[in-house]
Write a new protein. Structure first.
Length: 402
């Protein structure tokens, strides 16, 4: 069925535009009249030359899903049926990939499938957490509340991820710039000084000889070094994809002096936020733990969560196996124990998540404050050391002439 692009004005005189799939232009005009829009232009949508090439299509981003959940929640709360909500969201969606997906979801729901069953077909966009919470919302008749909680949860999770990424970006960029500057000095600048020193004659100072030797080694082996670096990264990625490799790498990350503490706080915040959201939405604790473990992003934390799940299945409380795992701070375990005792575990998990969100904010600030002077010292020592090593022979010659 062809798709038409339209522009027009609503009953308030505001300009509106959108797309509508219909058998003819008259059908589009009739649809716009039903929704009280006076069309000024209706034309067939031009064909996309790359619509069948998947990697050239725009990706569905986390922000797209958050906006979708918010808008869907508002419409459901207003009393609109699910199919009509999906139809409106489909017509207003600008992301071509997401628009096509919403059309398929609408058709599936219209043919009798539940909303949660349909979302399972798109695991890249809607993870197990999203699907299970939607299923709980449909079963309990609180889909609007669940969608609102999901959008709030995803916003906070995205903020947390952005904070960690921001904390990692500065040192990575600084180190990359330092490597490029040192590489340029070693490959292009040092040889010029070396030719000048050879014309002077005499014995060069030890620091200068070391720098010249390193420069010669890099220039003669630069291709092998690049190949070796690429192979190392490739091997590291392959190793990380294995069960043993991921466990070893994730264990190492949590034990890093500065970053390890930040990653642990992020893991606690994510775990408590996700668990609290799922429990308050009616998902059983065992199902919630299973989903949270799969979406933890760290193999050490994942194993600890599965140990907690196994303990609960045996009849134990949640707090005891958490404390035994050694992954979660004792304060968190104590607060969860209080939540279990009072029957308000979901509320307590939310409070812990809020607390650790603030802790992550503070940790990122402290990390940034600590890294800046360290990077300055690092750059000063490396680049300053090279400059001094190259000028030592000139100082030595000037002293001899004096």
């Amino acid at each position: 069925m062809p798709v038409y692009v339209w522009t027009g004005k609503d009953k308030h005189g505001a300009k509106r535009k959108g797309e509508h799939e219909a058998p003819s232009e008259d059908a589009v005009r009739a649809h716009l009249n039903r929704i009280r829009i006076k069309p000024s232009k209706i034309k067939p949508k031009p064909k996309d030359l790359f619509e069948n090439i998947s990697f050239m299509q725009p990706k569905v981003t986390n922000e797209d899903i958050i906006i979708f959940a918010k808008q869907f929640s508002t419409m459901i709360d207003a009393g609109l049926p699910i199919v009509q909500c999906l139809e409106i969201l489909h017509s207003q969606q600008e992301n071509v990939t997401f628009k096509k997906m919403l059309k398929e979801i609408k058709d599936s729901v219209e043919s009798g499938a539940t909303f949660a069953e349909t979302l399972k077909k798109y695991p890249k966009q809607f993870d197990e957490l999203f699907v299970n919470m939607i299923a709980a919302g449909e079963a309990g008749g609180i889909l609007d509340i669940i969608l609102r909680r999901l959008s709030s949860y995803m916003e906070k999770a995205a903020k947390l991820k952005a904070q960690v990424k921001g904390a990692m970006t500065y040192p990575m960029i600084t180190i990359a710039i330092a490597v490029i500057v040192v590489g340029v000095i070693m490959i292009f600048v040092i040889p010029v000084f070396q030719e000048m020193f050879q014309g002077m004659g005499g014995q060069l100072p030890a620091p200068t000889l070391i720098v010249v030797g390193i420069s010669n080694f890099i220039r003669h082996n630069i291709l092998y070094m690049i190949i070796g670096f690429v192979l190392f990264i490739f091997a590291l990625k392959r190793f990380y994809k294995t069960e043993k490799g991921r466990l070893a790498m994730d264990t190492l990350l949590l034990k890093l002096p500065i970053f390890g503490d930040l990653l642990r706080k992020v893991a606690v915040a994510k775990f408590t936020r996700t668990m609290g959201t799922m429990l308050s939405s009616g998902v059983s604790i065992l199902d919630a733990l299973d989903i949270v473990a799969k979406t933890s992003g760290n193999k050490v934390v994942e194993r600890a969560i599965y140990d907690i799940r196994f303990g609960i299945a045996e009849g134990r409380t949640m707090a005891d196996p958490m404390l035994e795992s050694g992954v979660f701070p004792s304060m968190v375990c104590q607060m969860i124990s209080v939540g279990e005792s009072t029957g308000a575990l979901d509320a307590m998990l939310g409070k812990i998540a809020d607390f650790y969100d603030d802790e992550v904010d503070q940790a990122v600030e402290n990390l940034t404050a600590a890294i800046e002077p360290m990077m300055m010292v690092f750059l000063g020592v490396v680049i300053g050391g090279l400059v001094v090593a190259m000028y030592l022979p000139i100082f030595k010659m000037a002293a001899a002439l004096g």
